[in-house]
Design a protein around this ligand. Structure first.
Ligand code: ADP
Ligand code: ZN
Length: 216
């Protein structure tokens, strides 16, 4: 299974990708998570990416493309992958095509999680992430039963730097300007599926499976 998840910030890509990756034993590749990990470890990539991330801007294409080229060549991708947060620009989509061509791989589907802006702002401003295991909660829609600790592992829940309302607005503008064209790029190809993003990621997973005609 090789799938791309598209959608605005807060559309629910991360949650759905995590579920799919678990159910189908394929790699979950989140460019945002890779960048945050690099920022945390203060790597050269992290130092470069941080400036853009904190401003709500996209990391330049050449940096992202080079990173993804390496990532997709790692052995865990052989069983398949779910791309969460890539491609985010048309040049990235073209770079991905080239990478897959070199690897003699094709995509099974492109899934667009379609969600309105109001919902996105509510979700992102309430989002909390576990520092230890990466589980995602929402103070409004899906609070942790353990308050400010993770239900699954007891880790500390934190709010991402770029989930402030001001930066959320900027990220949404970047999405409409730069990522919406990627949707048009894939739309009309027969492997394209549009899903209305719901609150419950379970129902999304079911809808997605129905759209792809059962298990893959
Ligand atoms: P969200 O989808 O909620 O905006 P992500 O975790 O996917 O958050 O990404 C966080 C930040 O990482 C982005 O705002 C951007 O700066 C950077 N980033 C992630 N993926 C890409 C990409 N494909 N191209 C450029 N920048 C990216
Ligand atoms: Zn946890």
């Amino acid at each position: 299974m090789r799938i791309i998840l598209l959608g605005s910030p807060g559309a629910g890509k991360g949650t759905l990708a995590a579920e799919m990756s678990k159910k189908y034993s394929v790699a979950h590749i989140s460019t945002g998570d890779i960048f945050r990990e690099n920022v945390k470890n203060n790597t050269p990539l992290g130092r470069e990416a941080r400036y853009y991330m904190d401003a709500g801007k996209l990391v330049p294409d050449d940096i992202v493309n080079a990173m993804m080229e390496d990532r997709l060549r790692e052995p865990d991708c052989e069983k398949g992958f779910i791309l969460d947060g890539f491609p985010r620009t048309v040049p990235q989509a073209k770079a991905l095509e080239k990478i897959l061509e070199d690897l003699h791989l094709s995509l099974d589907g492109v899934v667009f999680l379609d969600v309105d802006e109001e919902t996105v702002v509510k979700r992102l401003s309430g989002r909390r992430t576990c520092r230890s295991c990466g589980a995602i909660y929402n103070v409004a829609f899906r609070p942790s039963a353990k308050g400010d600790r993770c239900e699954k592992c007891g880790g500390e829940l934190y709010q991402r730097e770029d989930d402030s309302e001001e930066v959320i607005r900027k990220r949404l503008k970047v999405f409409y300007d730069q990522t919406a064209p990627v949707i048009s790029y894939y739309e009309g190809k027969n492997m394209f599926v549009r899903l209305r993003s719901a609150r419950n990621s379970h129902s999304l997973l079911e809808e997605l499976e129905a759209a792809f005609g059962g298990t893959e």
